[in-house]
Design a protein around this ligand. Structure first.
Ligand SMILES: *[C@@H]1O[C@H](CO)[C@@H](O)[C@H](O)[C@H]1NC(C)=O
Ligand SMILES: *[C@@H]1O[C@H](CO)[C@@H](O)[C@H](O)[C@H]1NC(C)=O
Ligand SMILES: *[C@@H]1O[C@H](CO)[C@@H](O)[C@H](O)[C@H]1NC(C)=O
Ligand SMILES: *[C@@H]1O[C@H](CO)[C@@H](O)[C@H](O)[C@H]1NC(C)=O
Ligand SMILES: *[C@@H]1O[C@H](CO)[C@@H](O)[C@H](O)[C@H]1NC(C)=O
Ligand SMILES: *[C@@H]1O[C@H](CO)[C@@H](O)[C@H](O)[C@H]1NC(C)=O
Ligand SMILES: *[C@@H]1O[C@H](CO)[C@@H](O)[C@H](O)[C@H]1NC(C)=O
Ligand SMILES: *[C@@H]1O[C@H](CO)[C@@H](O)[C@H](O)[C@H]1NC(C)=O
Ligand SMILES: *[C@@H]1O[C@H](CO)[C@@H](O)[C@H](O)[C@H]1NC(C)=O
Length: 706
């Protein structure tokens, strides 16, 4: 790959002769090498088809016959009814807590022990809904998965198709499962002699949500019929089932192509049965989910298949690509497997109208809500892999949508600008929590997104699109930093939580990563105004130029200023997210203020490698460490982090949660893709591929990162 530098930060790629598909790399061959194949259901993960806003997770039958994996969407949410406890019956009754903050009381959105009912309600509501379960019904039998023989299943990543076949009492059954690229519709084909003799049908069932923080591997319960209602409306060759739960209702509209009858609910359940009544040996079924049946257009299977094929082909053919197939080294092959499967899974689970929850559309963590500090990990890779249309589904509109509530949040606390929330639902409400209310590293994220986008689209439109968001963000960041008259610098905190969430918030001041990120954010905000030839607020410059220095301990960075026993083996200070590695990894070197002391940067990387409690690391920690190693020139160590035994991806590419959270934990996949983009595309000053020379890696379509 050859790069031509046109002007600062803008690169043109000159790609030699390309194939008929428009690429040097045979992308289809590389992708298909990693099609997941199963002969049994996994206990923890489904195989999924989906479109980013809607996904359907299946067991080994291609449906949810034995394992009730989820059918989830961006729009399906539910509230339990508000508490009836006197004084706690409305959202407005919640008072939060006042904490001393630089000699004044500031109100934080934290659970109030005197108001535990409304505090808990706000944490637990709304939850994301599992919309339905759809499975095969074997002649009314209590059949188990063990009774099926010759089970073979394959997910074709290139077309978005799951093919499943097996035998039931000696008779073959074949199932195809698709999801429409443009609507929340599942397309199903079932072929079997069993259909023609009335021995096989398809059931629909509807769960009640729970108040579980983590609802995994399955979401909701199917054994409670009270508290929710289903209503069948059968038509000719079609039907609608409406599901009502408290204030939430939605419709499942479906049609089929052969003689069949829909009946139900079966006594004491919300289960409905579609049973073939003719001689046909196949049935096709299209199932559309929508908040409102009147708007549901149910496409037929042929349309769904066509759109899915087109969408996935254009997904794989667009943007950047990495081909490691020239080597048979197991390390390279495993990296390639993770690259392909992570791309598929983040497109299905994270490319949504709002940022994804950590477990995407697979199951529920944190009640299905999303975390605004995690969206950099979840979404930035779409930009780095040049798949901007997927990024633009949620950004920047999530920030614009939440701008006024974030300005209110800051104002109520006596700050300027917009203070972004943390654990969030589509209304923008941030759930009460001590950590939730005191975390700050989500604040500069808009700057990272904006600056990355400007690199690819250096236009007035990009500047304008992000200007209001960046201005409010920088106003808050400048106003949050506290001028310390005795030291003459601006401090961050206390009280606050650093990214690692494991310190005493009242003692936490000037955490190293957050200080570096504050500088980065203000630098971008200042540059943004300069590019538009607009005045730069003096406060931004003053704060940036007088930010407290990055704290050190023992010739390496300290988690925060004054932390005792920083680099003592087995101390609690060397646990949780090693965010100090992001200072020179995720972040580029500072473009203002004193240069980083590279001795300190190197010492920090070494000490983390040697002393950190690796068992307690998870998800994005490993890619973050890999990015730090890359920028320090240690590719082997970067690869070792990306393949660390504690950073696991299962047979279908789902990132395992480890000891801390259930599987999948998608920040692992997305941060992995971010680190791979850095390895494949390089960064400012070191563009191009950084894969080991002897791997003969082929990369295309990357521009260097910041
Ligand atoms: C099922 O797949 C697993 C792993 O892919 C393999 O080890 C096992 O032999 C297979 N079992 C059968 C019955 O094919
Ligand atoms: C849940 O209740 C909150 C507070 O009244 C409201 O803002 C939100 O829209 C509700 N969400 C759903 C899905 O009903
Ligand atoms: C922090 O200080 C506040 C008072 O401002 C107090 O209520 C809170 O309990 C303290 N938190 C911790 C973890 O010490
Ligand atoms: C309903 O099912 C859940 C698991 O899905 C189980 O934990 C619970 O005990 C069941 N409740 C009843 C009343 O059977
Ligand atoms: C439905 O269940 C109820 C109570 O469990 C029972 O009395 C009734 O006979 C059942 N009806 C059918 C058709 O099975
Ligand atoms: C379904 O069966 C009919 C004949 O019964 C056949 O013409 C048709 O091709 C089959 N469709 C599929 C998708 O297999
Ligand atoms: C000023 O900074 C010093 C050193 O970090 C700290 O001990 C002191 O509490 C700060 N003063 C205020 C008013 O926060
Ligand atoms: C960089 O840090 C090392 C280790 O703490 C120190 O010895 C050295 O003086 C520092 N260099 C500069 C230029 O500050
Ligand atoms: C740290 O803990 C591990 C076990 O968790 C132990 O093997 C090791 O000796 C400890 N090291 C120190 C310096 O205490």
């Amino acid at each position: 790959m050859h790069f031509t530098i046109l002007s600062a930060g803008i690169l043109a790629l000159s790609i030699p002769a390309v194939s008929a598909t428009g690429h040097q790399i045979d992308r289809r061959a590389v992708v298909r090498m990693f099609n997941p194949r199963r002969n049994a259901s996994s206990a923890t993960t489904p195989l999924q088809v989906g479109n980013g806003n809607f996904a359907f997770g299946v067991d080994v039958t291609g449906l949810q016959t034995f394992s009730p994996f989820a059918t989830m969407s961006t729009w399906g949410w539910h509230n339990f009814s508000l508490p009836t406890t006197p004084g706690q019956t409305a959202v407005e009754d919640f008072a939060g807590l006042d904490w001393w903050t630089h000699d004044r009381l500031v109100n934080y959105n934290q659970p109030n022990p005197a108001q535990s009912d409304i505090s808990n309600w706000l944490i637990q509501n709304p939850q994301r809904l599992n919309l339905a379960r759809i499975g095969l019904s074997f002649n009314g039998d209590e059949t188990t998965e063990d009774e099926l023989e010759d089970k073979i299943q394959e997910l074709d990543l290139w077309t978005g198709k799951i093919s499943s076949s097996f035998k039931y009492k000696g008779t073959a059954v074949y199932v195809e499962t698709w999801v429409d690229a443009n609507s929340d519709t599942i397309g199903i084909l079932v072929e079997s002699e069993l259909l023609g003799v009335g021995s096989l049908g398809v059931f629909f069932d509807f769960p009640l949500p729970t108040r579980n923080k983590f609802d995994a591997p399955f979401v909701g319960v199917f054994n409670t019929t009270s508290s929710h209602k289903t209503t069948l409306n059968p038509q000719e060759g079609a039907a609608t089932i409406r599901h009502d739960l408290d204030e939430t209702s939605y419709d499942v509209s479906f049609n089929w192509n052969s003689h069949a009858d829909i009946s139900g609910p079966l006594n004491g359940t919300h289960r409905y049965l579609l049973k073939p009544s003719g001689k046909e040996k196949n049935i096709t079924l299209s199932v559309t989910f929508s908040p409102d049946a009147t708007s549901a257009q149910v496409p037929d299977l042929a349309q769904i298949e066509k759109l899915s094929r087109n969408w996935w082909q254009s997904f794989w053919n667009s943007g950047a690509f990495v081909d490691l197939s020239a080597t048979t080294l197991p390390k390279a092959t495993e990296l390639q497997r993770r690259i392909i499967l992570s791309q598929y899974l983040t497109a299905v689970n994270s490319a949504s109208a709002y940022p994804p929850q950590e477990s995407g559309l697979v199951n529920n963590g944190w009640y299905g809500k999303f975390h605004l500090e995690m969206i950099l990990w979840h979404l930035l890779h779409f930009a780095r892999w040049d798949k901007y249309p997927l990024l633009w589904r949620s950004l920047p509109h999530t920030y614009s949508d939440f701008l006024s509530s974030s300005i209110d949040r800051a104002r109520r606390q006596g700050y300027e600008g917009a203070r972004w929330g943390k654990m969030t639902d589509p209304t923008g409400r941030s759930a009460p929590g001590e950590i939730n209310s005191l975390l700050i590293w989500q604040q500069p994220h808009p700057m990272y997104f904006a600056e990355t986008e400007y690199r690819s689209f250096p236009s007035g439109a990009t500047l304008e699109k992000w200007d209001g968001i960046l201005t409010s963000t920088a106003d808050f960041m400048a106003s949050y930093a506290f001028y310390n008259g005795s030291t003459g610098v601006y401090d961050l905190g206390p009280p606050m939580y650093p990214a690692s969430e494991n310190t005493n918030p009242n003692a936490t001041i000037n955490p190293a990563f957050e200080l570096a990120y504050w500088r980065f954010g203000l630098d971008v905000a200042i540059r943004w105004k300069q590019r538009q030839e607009l005045p730069v607020p003096a406060k931004w410059i003053d704060v940036r130029d007088k930010l407290a220095p990055l704290p050190t301990a023992g010739d390496a960075f300290a988690l925060y200023e004054g932390i005792p026993d920083m680099w003592k083996p087995n101390s609690t200070t060397v646990t949780d997210h090693p965010a100090m590695s992001a200072i020179f990894g995720l972040l580029p070197p500072p473009s203002s203020g004193p240069p980083l002391n590279m001795t300190v940067v190197r010492n920090t990387a070494d000490k983390i490698r040697d002393l950190w409690d690796r068992d307690d690391c998870w998800g994005w920690d490993f890619p973050m460490l890999a990015m730090n190693s890359l920028r320090l020139g240690d590719v082997d160590q970067a690869i070792a982090y990306l393949l660390d035994p504690l950073f696991n991806f299962d047979d279908a590419g789902y990132p395992e949660g480890g000891s801390r959270v259930p599987t999948p934990y998608f920040p692992g996949s997305s941060s992995f893709l971010l680190a791979v983009a850095m390895m494949a595309g390089g960064w400012d000053g070191e563009p191009g591929s950084h894969f080991p020379e002897d791997w003969k890696a082929r990369v295309e379509g990357f521009v260097p990162g910041l």
